[in-house]
Design a protein around this ligand. Structure first.
Ligand SMILES: [Zn+2]
Ligand SMILES: [Zn+2]
Length: 246
């Protein structure tokens, strides 16, 4: 396993294939486990009787199939990023002391804000009629979303969304633990936004951070709430829904 940390394995096609297969399994299982357990825990907390595996069985199966393809695309990007990191081409660093501690603290916020900006404008573009039919319709097939909708994209949409990562790691210096942190935040945020349960309730968070009710309105109203995890761009561009959040 640790042989993958050395640069030499890229010369061996068998090891590269094993590496890609392992990354694919890890990325796909991460999605399935996070979605499954998030759903299980919050259904238990809210004492909800709704069983998505019975009531939305066909939709969930379809979402998991698309998500497997998205996992494959993320695997390719992930492998490219890992290769570039090993060659020393990226701005990812290992020594905490390489940058001031204040930078370490703001670097995830920097990444998340730039990704939010990228996603908001990409999302607006994907809703243009000609583009929508080809790129974005798969994600919108789920109107009443489930935790499994979180990674359910057409391969073109997945390619465009994830393209930000290989670009960002060249330009935004981040400690490798911060890279893992932002990936975890993105995974959780996507599941929260499609989960069918609002966890932020009527709080300061609900006004600034996108939860289920905000993103649900996007799936229902279609022309509002394009943001990913911050409501800011929708507020600034006046695309936020007028429907009150629950
Ligand atoms: Zn959309
Ligand atoms: Zn969605």
């Amino acid at each position: 396993m640790f042989y993958f940390l050395s640069k030499n394995f890229w010369g061996d096609p068998w090891l590269v294939a094993m590496f890609l297969a392992s990354v694919l399994v890890i990325i796909f299982l991460r999605y399935v486990f996070v979605a499954y357990f998030y759903n299980k825990i919050f259904r238990a907390i809210t004492k909800s009787q709704l069983n998505i595996y019975l009531t939305k069985k066909k939709q969930v199966i379809k979402e998991i199939k698309w998500s497997f393809i998205s996992s494959g695309i993320f695997t390719v990007y992930g492998a490219l990023c890992f290769w570039a990191y090993q060659q020393g081409y990226t701005s990812i660093y290992e020594e905490v002391s390489a940058y001031p501690i204040w930078y370490l603290c703001i670097s995830p916020l920097l990444f998340l804000f730039f990704y939010e900006t990228y996603y908001y404008w990409l999302h607006r573009w994907m809703h243009r009629p000609g583009i929508y039919k080809i790129v974005h319709h798969v994600h919108h097939q789920s109107i009443d979303t489930t935790v499994f909708t979180s990674f359910s994209f057409h391969p073109l949409e997945a390619s465009l969304q994830f393209l930000f990562f290989p670009i960002a790691i060249f330009f935004i210096p981040m400690h490798y633990t911060i890279v893992l942190l932002v990936l975890t935040i993105l995974t959780l945020s996507a599941v929260i936004n499609h989960s069918g349960m609002e966890i932020f309730k009527k709080s300061f968070l609900l006004k600034n951070i996108i939860g289920f009710s905000h993103h649900h309105l996007h799936h229902v109203e279609f022309k509002t709430n394009y943001g990913l995890y911050l409501t800011w761009w929708d507020k600034w561009m006046r695309t936020e829904s007028k429907t009150p959040l629950e």
